[in-house]
Design a protein around this ligand. Structure first.
Ligand code: ZN
Ligand code: ZN
Length: 263
């Protein structure tokens, strides 16, 4: 059985929990150690059982609590060489924990095989991750994507559960308060995925066999959870699939853990 929950998912901080029979891991640690501990308790998990943290990239909303949390429990940190070098430059690494670079061949830890894929985002060397559990469940975490590239599509197709970014509604972003330069950054090939782009990707994923969808990194300023949800729901239902029967769809709460998915 695999256990999945987003603990936090927004530009204020990201952290995803994945557990299986051999252990547990986190993807990112973008909120304080205290908040991570609190959220793990909320979903019935123990911080002391986390065996590794996989970092997607060096932006603060993904690493804000990394040093404190990994340091407190001596948890091994894995990421791309580029991300680790950015973390070293900003003094986020610490002698209390090991930091190991991995490449696209992935690594085995906590009884799982974790295989990264390259993301298109304005950072040093961004990774998303596909997690293979001992009982052959496949889970993908794909956020901070300027573009749903061929490579990403290939990497996460066929995963049972996909957490994918549905960051902004294009109209809300363009009519919203952000400065023009920031709007351009978000929309760019190295920014974030819109609701429409996410819905299109979800439909492709459905065809590849994905049955559980979690929409995350939903912007508080340029999106609404209902808009993100309905855009993907329409695309999935438009493909002839039925909610609750052929697939499940949820939005990750921004500032609190979601109910754990066990499958
Ligand atoms: Zn982010
Ligand atoms: Zn980012």
């Amino acid at each position: 059985m695999a256990r999945f929950s987003t603990l936090y998912s927004s530009s204020k901080g990201n952290c995803v929990f994945i557990g299986a029979s051999g252990g547990s891991i986190l993807i990112d640690a973008g909120v304080s150690a205290k908040k991570i501990e609190y959220a793990l308790t909320e979903i019935g998990e123990d911080a002391r059982n986390i065996q590794a943290i996989f970092v997607t990239h060096e932006h603060t909303d993904h690493i804000g609590g990394l040093k404190a949390f990994a340091g407190r429990y001596g948890i091994k940190v894995f990421s791309s060489a580029g991300t680790l070098s950015a973390l070293a430059d900003s003094n986020v690494l610490d002698r209390r924990f090991d930091a190991c670079p991995i490449d696209i061949n992935g690594v085995e830890t906590a009884g799982m095989k974790i295989v990264p894929f390259n993301t298109c985002h304005d950072c040093n060397e961004g990774f998303g991750y596909v997690i293979h559990t001992p009982d052959e469940r496949k889970i993908a975490v794909a956020t901070d994507l300027g573009n749903y590239s061929e490579e990403i599509s290939r990497a996460i197709s066929g995963c049972d559960l996909v957490m994918i970014e549905s960051n902004y509604d294009r109209k809300m972003l363009m009519n919203g308060p952000y400065p023009y330069s920031l709007k351009c950054r978000i929309i760019s090939e190295e920014g974030h995925l819109s609701n429409d782009e996410c819905a299109q990707a979800s439909r492709q994923l459905l065809d590849s066999g994905t049955t559980r969808f979690v929409l995350g990194h939903i912007s508080a300023e340029n999106n609404l959870p209902e808009l993100a949800y309905n855009t993907s729901l329409n695309a999935l239902c438009g493909a002839g699939a039925a909610l609750g029967c052929d697939f499940t769809l949820e939005t990750a709460p921004r500032l609190a853990p979601m109910k754990k998915i066990i499958f």
